[in-house]
Design a binder for this molecule. Structure first.
Ligand code: DX5
Ligand code: ZN
Length: 217
C-alpha cells in the first residue's frame, strides 16, 4: 500500500487518483514530538476520507495515542495503528479502536522488540514492524529488522489469530522480497511508488514481486 507521505501534499486528491490499484492508502500522521517531523492530522484525514473510498490505513507517529487515535477511527479510517512506545494503555486503546469499527494496529520502532507484546496479539488486527526510524520517507531499509519480522510472524502463527504483519520503511523492488520471505503480508512503500514514472504500475509491480516471494517462501 502506498504511503502518501511522498505524495504532493498540495494536490492530495490528484495524487490519490494516480494510484487506483492500491489496496489501501497509508497515511503517516506525525506530531513533531514522537518524531522530529510534522505532517498532517485529523482535519486532513477527514478531507481525504471525503474524496476516496479506498481503505485508509492510518499510521500514528504521535505522543499520547490513547487520547487521539480513537478519533481517527470515528472519522472513518478502516485501520488505525499506534506506536506501542507511546501508548499508556495499549490493550485499552486497541479495544477502543475496534469498538469504533477500525482494525487495531500496533507499531514497533526498529529497536523495540516484539516478544513483550506476544500476549496482546489477540487484541490486534495488525503489527507494523518499522524498517527505518520513523519520521521521514526515503530512508534506507534496515536489514537488522528482518529477524524481528520472522519472530513476529512466528508469534502470530502461534497465536492463531488473523493478524496482518506490515512492514514500513525503505520498501522497494530491491527489498520487497526480503520482507515477504521473512513473513510480512502487508507492505508500505512511499518514495518507491511516488518517485516512479508510473506510480500505479509500481504498486502492481511491488505486489507481484511480493506475491511471487510468498509463493516461494
Ligand atoms: C516513515 C513512514 C513511512 C514512510 C515510508 O516514518 O512511516 O510510511 O512514508 O516511506 P519510504 O517507503 O520512502 O521509506
Ligand atoms: Zn508509515
Amino acid at each position: 500500500m502506498p504511503s502518501i507521505l511522498s505524495a504532493d501534499f498540495a494536490n492530495l486528491q490528484r495524487e490519490i487518483e494516480r494510484i487506483p490499484s492500491a489496496d489501501a492508502l497509508h497515511v503517516d500522521v506525525m506530531d513533531l514530538h514522537f518524531v522530529p517531523n510534522l505532517t498532517l492530522g485529523l482535519p486532513v484525514v477527514k478531507a481525504i476520507r471525503s474524496v476516496t473510498a479506498q481503505m485508509l490505513d492510518i499510521h500514528l507517529m504521535i505522543s499520547d495515542p490513547d487520547r487521539w487515535a480513537p478519533q481517527y477511527a470515528e472519522a472513518g479510517a478502516e485501520s488505525v495503528t499506534f506506536h506501542v512506545e507511546a501508548a499508556a494503555a495499549p490493550v485499552r486503546l486497541a479495544r477502543e479502536l475496534r469498538e469504533r469499527g477500525a482494525r487495531a494496529g500496533m507499531a514497533l520502532k526498529p529497536a523495540t522488540p516484539v516478544e513483550p507484546y506476544a500476549d496482546l496479539l489477540g487484541e490486534l488486527d495488525m503489527v507494523l514492524v518499522m524498517t527505518v526510524e520513523p519520521g521521514f520517507g526515503g530512508q534506507s531499509f534496515l536489514d537488522l529488522c528482518l529477524p524481528k519480522i520472522r519472530r513476529a510472524r512466528q508469534l502470530i502463527s502461534e497465536s492463531g489469530g488473523d493478524v496482518w504483519l506490515q512492514v514500513d520503511g525503505g520498501v522497494s523492488v530491491e527489498t520487497v522480497e526480503r520482507c515477504v520471505e521473512a513473513g510480512a503480508d502487508a507492505l508500505v512503500a512511499g518514495s518507491a511508488v511516488f518517485a516512479a514514472d508510473d506510480p500505479d504500475a509500481m504498486v502492481t509491480r511491488l505486489r507481484e514481486l511480493g506475491d511471487a516471494a510468498a509463493r516461494w517462501a
